[in-house]
Design a protein around this ligand. Structure first.
Ligand code: SAH
Length: 216
């Protein structure tokens, strides 16, 4: 693909992979139509940037399928003024999509090399206002809490208490919960009665490795 082909491939992705599968939030569709995913995938895979699949990143990690990124973003129900935490930065792509939808995005990655890669990708795509941290995201980012919304792009065996506690009242947390091999995407809302799990779809993510995640 030539650089001029990417915008068309991106529009097709939005129509065929998202709108056709019932992603309905127009702000999410617009965000997915704006973020240049080709700048977040490894250079030798750029031609596949708009494929309907996850793609490999360095360090054995993956950039999530566009459809899952859109589903997570939609489930957070963002309106534009929120402070959002993105756990599992990877390439930085999901953080960039969230930056289109909210006022402030903090993202945290366990592997320093990936955090550095994400910083470069985000700068190249014009999202340098996203704050990239290195650390164990299962513990959240206490010094920037509370968050209106938290997105987790890696699987957890159960809801990490620290993340839940860093939500604003009525804040939303979207995360894949299950085993290392198969999970369901849960939407958890912080309520006075405790965590309310709203809905879920089957999914498959790489494990979140950390104190309140999977062992390494
Ligand atoms: N959102 C990413 C997808 C990355 S895959 C993207 O758009 O490209 C999940 C990422 O979570 C991997 O990069 C992995 O290294 C990271 N990860 C795993 N355990 C983590 C932890 N405890 N804290 C922060 N990041 C973690």
């Amino acid at each position: 693909m030539q650089p001029e082909d990417f915008p068309l491939a991106r529009r097709r992705m939005v129509e065929r992979q998202l709108r056709a599968r019932d992603v309905r939030d127009e702000r999410v569709l617009a965000a997915m139509a704006r973020v240049p995913r080709e700048l977040f995938v490894p250079e030798d895979l750029r031609d596949r940037a708009y494929d309907d699949s996850a793609l490999p990143l360095p360090e054995g990690q993956t950039i999530s399928q566009p459809y899952m990124v859109a589903r997570i973003a939609e489930a957070l129900e963002l309106h534009g003024r929120e402070r959002v935490l993105d756990v599992g930065t990877g390439s930085g792509y999901q953080a960039a999509v969230l930056a289109e939808l909210a006022a402030e995005v903090v993202t945290i990655e366990r592997i320093p090399e990936l955090a550095e890669l994400a910083r470069r990708n985000l700068a190249a795509a014009g999202y340098e206002r996203v704050e990239v941290r290195v650390g164990d995201g299962t513990l959240g980012v206490p010094d920037r809490a509370p968050f209106d919304a938290i997105a987790v792009a890696a699987a957890v065996p159960e809801l990490p208490q620290s993340l839940y506690e860093q939500l604003e009242p009525r804040g939303r947390l979207v995360l894949p919960v299950g085993s290392r091999r198969a999970q369901e995407l849960q939407v958890v809302v912080r309520s006075p009665e405790g965590p309310a799990v709203l809905r879920s779809v089957p999914c498959r993510f790489v494990p979140l490795v950390g104190e309140e995640g999977f062992a390494g």
